[in-house]
Design a protein around this ligand. Structure first.
Ligand code: SF4
Length: 391
């Protein structure tokens, strides 16, 4: 039965603007991984670091009127493989950002790095440039898995990269993947135990999924069955919980006090200015919420710098909000919905009731959060709000 909304969204009215973060996309990699659907491009020859920085600064300047006077609470330099840029370029990037935007002194500044592109001196350089958090794309500690994933690094390089990162940074995240081609439960556990032994404060564990427009999509490898993958996820949650990590978001685990502030801002439907080839942004105004999308090809981005800006229709805001906020194990404060969408919570009263009736979410006067079942079947829960968007 199609639920009937009590109220349809009218005008958006934001009482205050959300926190604003900055995402910087560096779109090159040494080699394209066969499972990757990110906007990443194989490097051919020397990277045009200076020219790209100039394009990033122009991108910021074009958007200054939209974010005027607002403070940047966190910066995430992602990709691609941003660690291919020299520490000098990252230094110039952060100086250029600070010259144009007001960056909070305590801002979390993350740089994504790939083992195989980094060594101790490079990490020291990134630290000196102002980066204070490193996210390492480890994926696995098993050479057979790394080779099946087409990664450029070996398990030994992964371990060396972790040691080198920890020598310069106390705030380090490791990305791991599970349900890999030919992977058994024991192999997934072994990967996880090595990650836990590394002693980093933050870990992300992602299930390998086959995405359109990837090599794996046209030539799919044999992957563990759905139930085996679900068991790996459960085993990961148990092992990380026992090791003192809080499972605070679908794929993210942190030691107390070490959650990723930049990603939390996305999940709490905060604003972000996204600069770089193919980067997206979300910027709120008192009466509307807007999205921005740049040209995907690095050459187009550098030559034309085109960016498509559009308002998010109010009817889509509830789904967009839930798509993010329901990833959080603790859900969200009931006030946050109105604060971030500019719409009263009553517009999704029926959807919330339905989610609760189906045992997918739970709420009281203060918070709304997914149940354990809702976390496991997040797509089912989100369907409720998708129905709302389509009406
Ligand atoms: S290194 Fe990361 S961004 Fe680059 S191709 Fe592989 S998965 Fe994609």
């Amino acid at each position: 039965m199609t639920p009937i909304a009590l109220e349809r969204p009218g005008a958006v009215k934001l009482a205050a603007l959300p926190p604003l973060a900055l995402y910087v996309h560096i779109p090159w990699c040494v080699r394209k991984c066969p499972y990757c659907d990110f906007n990443s491009h194989e490097r051919t020859g020397a990277l045009p670091e200076k020219e790209y920085l100039a394009s990033l600064f122009r991108d910021i300047e074009n958007h200054l009127p939209a974010v005027w006077g607002r403070r940047i609470v966190s910066i995430f330099i992602g990709g691609g493989t941003p660690s291919l840029f020299s520490p000098e370029s990252i230094d110039a990037l952060l100086s250029g950002v600070r010259a144009r935007l007001q960056v909070a002194p305590e801002a979390e500044i993350t740089l994504e790095a790939n083992p195989g592109t980094v060594e101790a001196a490079r990490f020291r350089g990134f630290r000196g440039a102002g980066v204070n958090r490193i996210s390492l794309g480890i994926q696995s500690f098993d050479d057979r898995m790394l080779s099946a994933l087409g990664r450029i690094h070996s398990a030994a390089e992964a371990r060396r990269a972790i040691d080198a990162a920890l020598a310069s940074f106390d705030n380090v995240n490791l990305d791991l993947m599970y349900a890999l081609p030919g992977q058994t439960a024991a192999m997934a556990q072994a990967d996880l135990q090595q990650a836990i032994c590394a002693g980093v404060p933050h870990l992300c564990a992602y299930q390998l999924t086959i995405e359109p427009n990837t090599v794996f999509y046209s030539r799919p490898p044999e992957l563990p069955e759905h139930d085996a993958a679900a068991d790996m996820q459960l085993a990961a949650e148990e092992a990380l919980g026992a090791a003192g990590y809080e499972h605070y978001e679908t794929s993210a685990f942190a030691r107390p006090g070490r959650r990723c502030r930049h990603n939390l801002n996305y999940w709490e439907f905060g604003d972000y200015l996204g600069i770089g080839a193919g980067a997206h942004g979300k910027i709120s105004f008192p009466d509307r919420v807007t999205r921005h999308e740049r040209a995907k090809q690095p050459r187009d981005y550098m030559d034309k710098g085109t960016c498509v800006d559009k308002d998010i229709p109010p009817a889509e805001l509830p789904f967009e909000f839930m798509l993010n906020a329901l990833r959080l194990a603790e859900g969200f404060d009931v006030q946050l919905f109105a604060e971030r969408t500019g719409l009263p919570l009553t517009v999704i009263q029926n959807e919330l009731n339905e989610g609760e009736k189906r045992g997918l979410l739970i709420r009281d006067w203060k918070r709304i959060r997914p149940t354990e079942r809702g976390q496991r079947f997040l797509n089912e829960l989100l369907e409720e709000f998708l129905v709302y968007r389509r009406r």
